[in-house]
Design a protein around this ligand. Sequence first.
Ligand code: NAP
Length: 644
Amino acid sequence: MSTPDLFGRTPITDDDETIARLLDDVSVPTLLCAMVHITGDPAWIRDEEIKPQGLFLNIYDGFMSPEAQAEARARALPHILAFRDSGGELPPPPSAELVQEMMAFIGCAEIPDDTVPMMLSELNLDAEGVPSPEAPPVAHSDFPVVVIGCGQSGLLAGIRLREAGIPFTIIDKNAGPGGTWWENSYPGARVDVGSHFYCYSFEPADHWTEYFSQHAELRDYFVGVMHKYGIDEHCRFETEVEAATYDEAAGTWTVRVRAADGTVDELPARAVISAVGSLNRPKLPDIPGIDDFDGPSFHSIRWDHSVDVTGTRFALVGAGATGFQIAPTIADQVEQLNVFQRTAQWMFPNPNYHEPVPDGMKWAIRHLPYFGRWFRFLILWPGAGVDLSGPRIDPDWDDSDGLAVSQRNKSTRDFFLGFMAEQIGDDPDLLAKITPDYPATGKRTLQDNGSWLGCLKKDNVDLIRTGIERIEAGGIRTTDGVLHEADVICYATGFRHNDFLWPMEITGRNGQTLRAFWGDEPAAYLGITMPGFPNLFCMYGPGTNLASGGSLIFHSECQITYIMQCIDKLIANDLTSIEPTSDAYDTYVTEYRDEIGQMVWSHWAVKNTHYKNAKGDIHTLSPWPLHVYQSWTRAPDFEKFELG
Ligand code: NAP
């Protein structure tokens, strides 16, 4: 893997002409911020002539006119050449005030003061940084840690534990790292958070070939990171954790694991970090006759690559984030594609969804100081949910039609509908079929560059909104009595998202299991710890999934910063246990439920969503803006913990 140092400081060796050509590809608002670093002159972001006009998720040019962009590039070129010729000398970094002004420049809006620390640490400019651990990074051989899962969060935990000299073992049921990116290999699988943000902040990649990477590239990234940080030797792959039990007298966990060959082992641990993810246990639909089908059938996460779908009659059950990606990818390969969609989905336009990263962007990330960091900000900011007013329910809004939860939400609905109608408007029947009857952004909003809607218009593709009655040997029968013949069925029907840490049996103090403690209301203090379960830490735990934007890797970095300080506390003070007080837990959970209940995802009109449990409550999603969650997890408040 080729990674530059943190700030894109690989020396520039290209000639003038090449640099001028490469600049044609770059995001100009990002370039202008990098120019402030390169020249030390804030004038780059204070000139009305070369100013971005707006910021929208995944739009990189700030809606600047081609003329303004050309002017900005022309002005930047001689300074970049001078920077090259000077050997890459940089003036002193911008002040926090100037960084805030730069954020406002890219964001095209006022930037609240309390979001600046997040950006300073994104730029690695904050002098304070993360508080240094109390314990020095010497080998703590008497403090073994078991990490469950080697997806993005477990791998990250391994990196931090190794840095701290803490012995650890990572257990993963898969044969390699990357979690969801190891397991999902269905056609079209790709991330829908921009790749330059969907990566570790300390391991930025300059090599992404597409703005939204496909699964193999992401899998390779995680494999590369694992090797680079020497984590492989700590991993036990193709092994599942069955149970973890806390021994109060000894203050240790015993983690029972089963390898693929059936061998059972018990690992002692002073702390356990669950990094298991919550979108990897497939949920097959409860449809009668599912075992009666004659042909091959599989869940999307178990895509059967031995089945050649060419020329087949293909039935795709489910059209959420996964189905949205599969259908356009296979539509031209199959003879007939029937997409069975129970609930219509909201989507917004993302013209860059399948676009390659041009050479100039890769070059700028590699060579221009802070360019990659500001590009990350440009992707991060529109989804950071600074005030979360978008998804918030307005209590004074008349929502009796169930179509919107606020004026702003109604405008979003109109905008999304406009995009959909633009492409489907010539087919009113299809437009009616794809129009959701619940508020915009109420479920996970999907992104389309035209490939999904274009796919639905193909002659060999049918979107079937009639309910499924049963599966038969020859295909799928809908409730109108029609048999839709099929050769292959794929169930893109999602995951057991509400069953946190399932199917492991976790037993804490007094023999209480986590499942009994939670019932059907899983929760954790800051999404990380639970009273009665000492030294057990969750990454991507209850209440930390993101529906408003952001990246789960960002969240994982927040969580591991926090967890490592808890572990340091135990080691430095020779403590046995740490767990949140019941008070801290209850107060947090009350605030969480109050907040999540005010969000569109909880609205009564949003049905059939994997974010809600069987009772219709949400315990999965975070209602907190990214910078708020980061500030809470920057350092634990040990007053909120029982230390033993
Ligand atoms: P999903 O969003 O839960 O969608 C499941 C689909 O199956 C929905 O269309 C659902 O219909 C349908 N379905 C479920 N049970 C059914 C039943 N009994 N009968 C008929 N239809 C049924 O699952 P997913 O698409 O796998 O996505 C899950 C999550 O994975 C996403 O929210 C996202 O977090 C992640 N993901 C991300 C990406 C990405 O980054 N690009 C890609 C894939 C997945 P209803 O809508 O009516 O429930």
